[in-house]
Design a protein around this ligand. Structure first.
Ligand SMILES: [Zn+2]
Length: 301
């Protein structure tokens, strides 16, 4: 592994919250395939959850985890269909979601993402939470089709909507909706087992998570399956309760801000206690979610 890619690798393992004091050995990762509908699957390995659309026209992948896993991901897809991977849609620029681009692009997939994904991948990035520099991606890994607000792929009998949402996890987030199959992939705008990670250095905002989850709840019915960026497959009801938690936290923090409390005082008030067991055990701690909400209220996010 070259020095730069090693740095990227280490950096992103931390950013993904998967480095628990040791480096990850990708040779140990297995890809788990879950069938959601006749045409949509979810793949879990290491990094962001992958959505797969298969059918007449070929394969679309939503996100592609880390570059060293591409072979395993291709094998998992080959077990579902002999058709080629024609498109990769990136939900945002973090390397635990776009790492496989550098292999899948040259292998023939058209990579699609929001304008800011290409922009951020094109230059050295910085993930503030982990104080980590992320080198620019090689040109072959960059999305070649980018969009500003949304784009629709007419593929496998679906009108697949790729929708940019207001900055939430980053300023280049997209959610992907399969209206016919009744599946939505939320990228890291929804993580089923954690408080949200607002990547402030990438233009994220706590309020964007509220807006994005609200939007998806509003455009789906209870039969939709929800693929989170990380964590197990969810129902719309689970997404709704996560959204409601964010709204409540925002309101609780706002009350304190209105009472002229400092961030430090608010963080000591244990406002998130009733959710901490469920959502506060991963890399985003209660203090951080309070800080995100505080910054959004203050307009300093
Ligand atoms: Zn991310």
């Amino acid at each position: 592994m070259k020095h730069t890619s090693l740095l990227v690798f280490l950096g992103i393992m931390l950013a993904a919250g998967v480095a628990r004091g040791q480096q990850q050995d990708f040779s140990k990762v297995t890809i788990k395939t879950t069938k959601l509908t006749d045409s949509i699957y979810m793949l879990e390995g290491s990094g962001g959850n992958i959505g797969v659309s298969i059918g007449e026209d070929g394969v679309i992948l939503i996100d592609d985890q880390f570059a060293p896993l591409t072979g395993k991901i291709q094998e998992a897809v080959a077990k579902l269909t002999p058709k080629p991977i024609k498109f990769v849609i990136n939900t945002h620029w973090h390397v635990d979601h776009v790492g496989g681009n550098e292999n899948l692009g040259p292998a023939g997939a058209v990579i699609v993402a929001h304008d800011n994904v290409r922009k951020r991948m094109s230059t050295e990035g910085f993930i503030e939470k982990f104080k980590l520099k992320v080198p620019a991606s090689p040109p072959k890994a960059l999305p070649i089709v980018t969009f500003t607000t949304d784009i629709t792929l007419h593929f496998n009998g679906e009108d697949i909507h790729v929708i940019h949402v207001d900055p939430a996890h980053t300023d280049g987030d997209a959610i992907i909706v399969f209206p016919k199959a009744k599946v939505v992939h939320m990228g890291d705008c929804y993580v089923s087992l954690s408080y949200p990670f607002v990547d402030l250095g990438s233009g994220g905002s706590f309020d964007g998570f509220i807006a994005a989850s609200n939007k998806v709840v509003g455009m789906t019915d209870e039969s939709f399956k929800v693929i989170p960026g990380h964590g197990p497959l969810s129902t719309r009801a689970e997404l709704k309760s996560w959204h409601d938690m964010l709204v409540e936290i925002s309101a609780l923090v706002k009350k304190q801000v209105d009472a002229k409390k400092s961030l430090e005082d608010i963080q000591k008030a244990n406002l998130t206690a009733k959710w901490d067991e469920k959502w506060g055990q991963k890399s985003i701690k209660p203090n951080e979610v309070v800080e995100y909400a505080f910054k959004a209220i203050k307009g300093t996010h």
